[in-house]
Design a binder for this molecule. Sequence first.
Ligand SMILES: [Zn+2]
Length: 286
Amino acid sequence: MIKIESVDIPKELQNEIKDYFKPKTVEKTKGKRKPRTKKDKVYEKVKDYIFKKPQEINEIIKRMGTVNGDKEINDVYDGFKIKIQAFYFDILKLRVCPYCNETPIYYIENSSKNYQNFEFDHIMPKDKYPYLALSLYNLVPVCKYCNSKKGNKEGLPNIYLDEIMYNYNIIPRDDGDFINLEDFKIIKRNLLNADNLDKLLHLENRYNLSLHKEYLVNLLKKIEYYNKDRIDDLLDSGLFSTKDEILNRVFEEIRIIANDSNKPRHKLTRDILEQFKVLGIIENYY
Ligand SMILES: [Zn+2]
């Protein structure tokens, strides 16, 4: 889980949302005002909370507590979500699920039909905090797996607000080494606010899939092979003129992943590089 640095909601999106909820011209039928629509009623209930900052949302929760779910709000949320999802996703600039850092997320605009592979998680679930159902900072685009597992539960840190600290490490099983998939496992050490991540998102289990372990095996083989002696030999060979040139060639892809939190496995990669004490070399060589 990687904290999202807070972003400002641009005026354009604010205006689009206000426009979306603008009451249609009130028609008079037989001298009486037409009853307000469901959308109008829901807007009255939630309008003060839509643009509240994460910290302000916490204060509102302290004041309002939990209340019963609200079917009307849920119905209106469905339309609201379709209205804002592309814009809000674009503002957050996420390219990978911020909960698992495993699955790429994207939105594709197409002339016939738009498509997205993320869903919005309500940090504070809408069946207990319906008044926050449309609050942008209560919404996080996440992968379908994370959303289905987290569902309407509470207990994750607030991704817009909380520092979340944990490390992935790999440890050998018995006398195993790190080159065979069955001989090691990835463990997650929780440091701060991270205790519920496994319960709700199964992060440790997911990162122990062979898909990720194969990636680590390749990474570790490279680190082992391109040790100081090998790099000196390559320099002596005259094929490369600087150490940076060699490292750049060999570790380019890993460097990109280690330096960009929007790449899948960014956190796993950094943590393992750190465990093997090569993060600084790979991060900074260019
Ligand atoms: Zn995810």
